[in-house]
Structures are given as C-alpha cells and as structure tokens.
Design a protein around this ligand. Sequence first.
Ligand code: AMP
Length: 195
Amino acid sequence: MFNIILFGPPGSGKGTQSEKLIDRYGFKHLSTGDLLRSEIANKTPLGLEAKSLMDKGQLVPDEVVIGMIDSALDANPGVNGFLFDGFPRTTAQAEALDKLLSLKKSEIGVVVALQVPEEELISRMLNRAKTSGRSDDADEQVQRNRLSVYTRDTLPVADHYRTYGKVEEVVGLGSIEDIFGRLTAVIDSKKGAPA
Ligand code: AMP
C-alpha cells in the first residue's frame, strides 16, 4: 500500500489533480472537504455543525475529521493506497493519521506539496465559485481567512513530514497537464513506475 498526501493551500488545485491521480494510480480518494459537504447535503447533525464553520473559512474540530478518516480507512480494506486531499490540516491530525496508518502496518509514502502564489489562489477560488456552488469560495474575505488559517494551522503539517524527509515540493502553476506531469514524476520516483 502506497499512501499520498496531496498538500497545498485552498485553491492550489488539489481536487482537480486528485481526480487525475486516482484515475492513473487507482488510489482511494479521501477528501475531508468532500466528506463534510456530503454530510451537509444529507443534513446530518455533523453536517449542520460543520457548515457554519466551513462558511466562515474555519476548521472543523480535529476529532470530527479524524473520526471520519478512521471510518473511511476501515471501510476500504485492501485498496492499493489512499490519496489524502485536504487532510491532515493540523499537526494533531497528522499525528493521528500516522497512528491510524501504523495500526494498519502502513505509512505515508510521500507528501506532495503544491506551490502557488497567494494572489493566484484568490483568483482561482473566485473563478471556482462561479461553478462550484461553494459558499466558502464566493467571498474574498472568507478566502483570505482560509489562507490565514492555512498558514497558521496547516503549514506546520509540512514541517511535521519534513522531519521524516517525506515532503516533495511541486510548482502548481501552468496547465493542468503540466502540473499533473510534475506530480506523476515525483510519485513514480517514490513508488516505482506503474506497469
Ligand atoms: P476543502 O474542500 O478541503 O477546501 O475544505 C473545505 C472546508 O471544510 C475547510 O475550509 C474546512 O472548514 C473544512 N475542512 C475540510 N477538511 C478539513 C480538515 N482536515 N480539518 C478541518 N476542517 C476541514
């Protein structure tokens, strides 16, 4: 099992690239943002609680997302790897993930960190808001809040994995295909090229 964290700020293209990566490698895609949006769509108590935080660009509590990931790992035995997208977002989440994986005799193979300048992120999120229907994309103040939460709470996750030598930086600018090419080059060099 080879597991990947696709790491990067909101608007860096994690969702777009995740879809292409699961097509290429057959990973099981685990996006905590997608899981939370489906709780909201199903009007569950968890979804209702999460929505007000998400709408403000704040993080949902660690226990909630860690619980969701724990269940998703258990629900998908025998996959050839997980692609984590939008998780972990705090060092507490990263430590919990490492423990959950080690209980399954597994670990993170590589953290691929997409690098995109802030002004480009804002313009991509505003653009995405036109089609995504996501309320947290439409407001520039909420976006700036998400970026400052990212800098304060989520960037330390990269430092956590850097201490294990697991982080690879990838330039997240250019065409979708250019970026995909850079990501697959990194992943292939870490896991061995697909047959
Ligand atoms: P995303 O789709 O990854 O941009 O996530 C959208 C929103 O869902 C975030 O702004 C957070 O409010 C919430 N969220 C998603 N993943 C996490 C996570 N791992 N930890 C805490 N909150 C999260």
